[in-house]
Write a protein that binds this ligand. Structure first.
Ligand code: SAH
Length: 527
């Protein structure tokens, strides 16, 4: 376990690498620190899916470039780290790649040392190795090279480079140039002037390890032109060496079934996201937008009164659940109220249970309850209709669900002369970190998000509320059912609907819309 801040009078700073972009390349240690930090100081290279892991309890300070303006100067970053640590906070300084590889990590630690602030350094996966790897370029290979070298292409103030090209060419290793897009021409010319074969393979790799990664392969003499033609911009790195020719054969990232695709998942934060895991497994980049947090209503006297009355009631009575979260909050609240489940099922009358769909039924089954009614179509109206049909006349229905649940459920019941009581268990809170919100908006505008998934009307409302005033017509949505789709249409989104209300059907729909035939991709290269 990580230390708690109470141990440190002055707080502590963790200087941690977040990897090159793909969330899966975050180390366990950094992921754990993100959960426990009080303050997270981060810059522009941190990808949106990594940002979306920041819990709402952490304070965030962005020190990267804002569109058009300059990044926060290093002195200012240093001051922020010292200031926050001196407040006794656990400060996580999150950097792209590895903090010590052209990350100015050393400078930040020297300062902390001078100020007497305890620190740790958490290495990250550096782009200089991982970005080539995701492009199918191994930085070393026994047949081609026995060393690799990482070099900054950052120019000095007067525009010149401090690179010893003669020595580099003599080394005959793989050369990886970071921060080199704007000085590409000078670098390539420098290498050729120092005697490098103009036909030496070379590549420029843009936004590596993300869904939008691009690769341009050429030779030292042709790379600049090829890169300009493709419109390559930062972040990108240049690789020079024979290993670059292997990319033709060994490329893999974009060939995965959902490779190159990016999806935004709106899901309640507490739900363990099986959908995200499965989409990632198929090669997609997944941003989980933690817009929706459920907050149990606690204490909940309305619930304890209603359950008290329910258990004493004679005749047929129904307990109705409309979401897996509702189920888990309900059982938590029984524990909190020290209410024995037997009082609901073994008291007067006969208790039956209804669930809105298969996921809710599954959540109930984990508590040993197999519902008497699960309508085949997932919607509040359908549940109301099915209940009205199945329940005996004069039976009583107790609905335990979210505050402001959907309106369609109760009218069919009242119509059939069945009394229904609607008790809120939890409320939904909408929130998104401002920086993440801006990034998501920008990606939607630029068509960089292939689809947004919605699993309930409230996730649609949460998403639109969290992003605020804007057009939603650019949004392609994949919805779990008709009702959710109607809600998405209200905001002008384009809708696709899963065959049935399940995560399997959501994945199936996404594959149908965006999947590529992986078999053929591999067949091309198998001689
Ligand atoms: N500490 C970082 C490097 C910081 S310097 C690391 O270890 O990866 C910033 C440079 O890294 C960029 O100019 C670019 O050359 C490279 N870079 C970082 N992330 C990248 C990515 N996802 N794709 C391509 N290049 C990347």
């Amino acid at each position: 376990m990580l230390n708690q801040n109470s141990e440190y009078k002055t707080g502590k700073v963790w200087l941690a690498g977040a990897g090159p972009g793909d969330e899966g390349l975050l180390t366990l240690k950094t992921a754990e620190l993100m959960e426990t930090a009080d303050v997270i100081v981060y810059d522009a290279l941190i990808s949106p899916e990594i940002l979306s892991r920041i819990p709402p309890t952490a304070e965030t300070i962005y020190v990267g470039k804002h569109s058009g303006s300059h990044p926060v100067p290093q002195d200012e970053i240093n001051r922020i780290l010292v200031r926050e640590a001196k407040k006794g906070k656990r400060v996580l300084r999150l950097k792209g790649g590895d903090p010590f590889v052209f990350g100015r990590g050393g400078e930040e630690l020297e300062l902390l040392l001078r100020e007497g602030i305890p620190f740790e350094e958490v290495p990250g996966i550096t782009s200089s190795v991982a970005v080539p790897a995701y492009a199918g370029i191994p930085v070393t290979h026994r047949d081609y090279t026995s060393s690799f070298h990482v070099i900054t292409g950052h120019a000095r103030k007067d525009g010149t480079l401090s690179i010893d090209f003669d020595s580099l060419v003599k080394l005959q290793g793989t050369l990886v140039f970071l921060m080199s897009v704007s000085s590409m021409e000078k670098i390539l010319k420098g290498l050729m002037d120092a005697g490098m074969d103009p036909d030496m393979p070379a590549a420029v790799l843009e936004r590596g390890t993300t869904a939008k990664q691009r690769r341009v392969t050429a030779t030292v003499s042709t790379l600049k032109e090829a890169s300009d033609r493709a419109g390559i911009s930062t972040p990108a790195l240049i690789v020079v060496g024979k290993v670059c020719s292997l990319a033709e054969e060994l490329h893999w990232a974009e060939d995965r079934i959902l490779g190159g695709r990016r999806f935004l998942l709106t899901r309640p934060r507490q739900n363990i996201s099986s959908l995200a895991g499965r989409l990632r497994d198929l090669g997609a980049q997944v941003i989980e937008m933690p817009a929706i947090r459920t907050e149990p209503i606690s204490p909940n006297p309305a619930l304890s009164d209603a359950l008290e009355r329910f258990s004493n009631r004679k005749g047929e009575k129904w307990l109705v659940f409309t979401s897996p979260i509702g189920v888990s909050v309900f059982f938590e609240q029984l524990v909190e109220m020290k209410m024995d489940l037997r009082s609901l099922f073994c008291g007067a009358g006969s208790t039956k249970v209804a669930a809105i769909g298969s996921a809710t039924a599954k959540a109930l089954s984990k508590h040993g309850i197999f519902p008497d009614l699960v309508p085949s179509v997932y919607s509040a109206q359908e549940l109301g209709r099915a209940l009205a049909e199945k329940a005996e006349e004069g039976s009583h229905v107790l609905i335990v669900r979210a505050e402001m649940g959907s309106e369609g459920l109760i009218p069919p019941l009242n119509h059939a002369g069945i009394s229904a009581e609607d008790i809120p268990l939890y409320r939904t809170v909408y929130e998104v970190e401002p920086m993440l919100k801006d990034r998501i908006r920008e990606m939607l505008e630029n068509g960089e998000i292939d689809a947004v998934t919605f699993t309930s009307g409230s996730t649609v409302r949460g998403f639109t509320q969290a992003l605020g005033e804007r057009e939603f017509t650019v949004v392609h949505s994949v919805c779990i059912g008709e009702q959710t789709a109607r809600e998405a249409e209200k905001f002008g989104m384009q809708v696709e609907i899963a065959r049935e209300a399940s995560m399997d059907a959501m994945v199936e729909k996404i594959m149908e819309l965006f999947g590529t035939d992986q078999e053929s991709g591999y067949a091309d290269r198998h001689h």
